[in-house]
Ligand binder design. Structure first.
Ligand SMILES: NC(=O)C1=CN([C@@H]2O[C@H](COP(=O)(O)OP(=O)(O)OC[C@H]3O[C@@H](n4cnc5c(N)ncnc54)[C@H](OP(=O)(O)O)[C@@H]3O)[C@@H](O)[C@H]2O)C=CC1
Ligand SMILES: O=C(CO)COP(=O)(O)O
Ligand SMILES: [Zn+2]
Length: 342
């Protein structure tokens, strides 16, 4: 099992990043990897906290989560003892991969609650051979500043809610794979991932308000889901057929919609194929104000039909309901029409 050593969740933590880093391990030089907007918003406060804690630091702005970008970051990181991934899923994934290549540890400092990669040991890099995550090491420390995350645009938190709902079908797919193809099924990791979905489902009204109380529930659930992946040793408890549809859309409809938005809507399709209550998933998305149709993300019906057909070929060795049903184009389109998610 690969788990973070320390997880700190609370208010106004960005100004304590330097002290937290020093608390976990002796370090003299920290490289902050962040995005352009987040760097502008929070780079200074984090930089000051590092200086105050006696750490020299550099800042690297990354635009896209590619392996090329992560390799460049790893080269730069050779002059540093620790990498800090500050921002959304993309800089955190680049930080994770760069730390892995450079052989140093890294800290995850999320500024949004849009995905469950905050505490997970996986990174998704976009120019890799495969359009899904690879195993790395988890962050040694996670510092989640609820106040900063609560001030992020609400569509980011709604996306995180969608990424968590996915655990309902991801864990169902995992159990199916045990029954149909004899895959290892981790009962504990599956229950933990499912719990993160159940907790946000039952707190959806609170989360929908997007205040600090609701965001805290969401962030803790995202961290828990990442821990479930750390326990399983793969993203299996967090990613099933719904993620395959979203990965296919990343290829077919590049740049449209956030990861968790696509995953959330795709969860209704996966739930329908499993014979589960898909309307409940759709209502939950609606209750927090998340998109309930691909059209809202600028993705056309035809693109969704093609993504459903493509999805089973995306990832070898991860059996899901899509591998069992293998919908053809006409069946995929009628599924989309039945659910009204086009
Ligand atoms: N490793 C894993 O286990 C997982 C990885 N992922 C990956 O994560 C990525 C998706 O992450 P996601 O966070 O949705 O996308 P991004 O990292 O692209 O973040 C989306 C946008 O939010 C902005 N942002 C972040 N925080 C704030 C804030 N506080 N205020 C204002 N704007 C903010 C970012 O700014 P800026 O431009 O500065 O970056 C960016 O423009 C995908 O690549 C996906 O594959 C998803 C799930 C799990
Ligand atoms: O997004 C993820 C979990 O939420 C990672 O899943 P993948 O391994 O399918 O990329
Ligand atoms: Zn995901």
């Amino acid at each position: 099992m690969r788990l973070p050593e320390r997880v700190v969740v609370g208010d106004d933590l960005l100004g304590t990043v330097g002290d937290e880093i020093r608390e976990v391990r002796e370090a003299k030089r920290a490289l902050v990897i962040t995005g352009p907007n987040v760097g502008r918003m929070f780079g200074e406060v984090v930089g000051r906290s590092l200086r105050d804690a006696g750490l020299d630091h550099g800042i690297l702005i990354v635009d896209s989560p590619t392996k090329d970008e992560a390799r460049r970051a790893a080269e730069r990181a050779r002059e540093f003892d620790v990498i800090i991934g500050l921002g959304g899923g993309k800089p955190i994934d680049v930080a994770k991969y760069a730390a892995h290549l450079a052989g140093i540890w890294f800290a995850s400092v999320p500024t949004s609650a849009a995905h469950d990669g905050i505490a997970s040991p996986m990174a998704s890099l976009k120019d890799s051979d495969a359009p899904y995550s690879e195993m790395m090491s988890p962050p040694r420390i996670v510092i989640a500043d609820i106040r900063a995350i609560s001030s992020s645009p609400p569509n980011l938190s709604r996306s995180g809610f969608g990424d968590l709902l996915a655990k309902v079908t991801a864990t169902k797919d995992w159990r199916l794979a045990k029954v149909e193809v004899g895959e290892y099924y981790g009962e504990y990791a599956a229950h933990l991932a499912l719990l993160s979905a159940q907790v946000v489902m039952s707190n959806r009204k609170l989360i929908g308000r997007m205040d600090e109380d609701g965001i805290r529930v969401l962030v803790e659930a995202l961290i828990s889901a990442g821990v479930a992946a750390g326990i399983a040793g793969s993203s299996r408890p967090c990613s099933g057929s719904e993620h395959l549809i979203s990965h296919a859309l990343d290829i077919i409809s590049q740049g449209k919609g956030l990861h968790g938005e696509k995953v959330g809507i795709s969860t209704t399709i996966a739930a329908r194929l499993h014979g589960m209550n898909w309307r409940r998933i759709l209502r939950a998305l609606d209750d927090v104000g998340a998109p309930t149709s691909f059209g809202q993300l600028g993705i056309a019906r035809e693109e969704v039909c093609r993504a459903i057909v493509m999805a089973p070929s995306i990832r070898p060795n991860r059996y899901t309901i899509l591998h069992k049903v293998r919908p053809d184009h006409a069946q995929a389109c009628s599924l989309v029409d039945e659910l009204g998610v086009a």
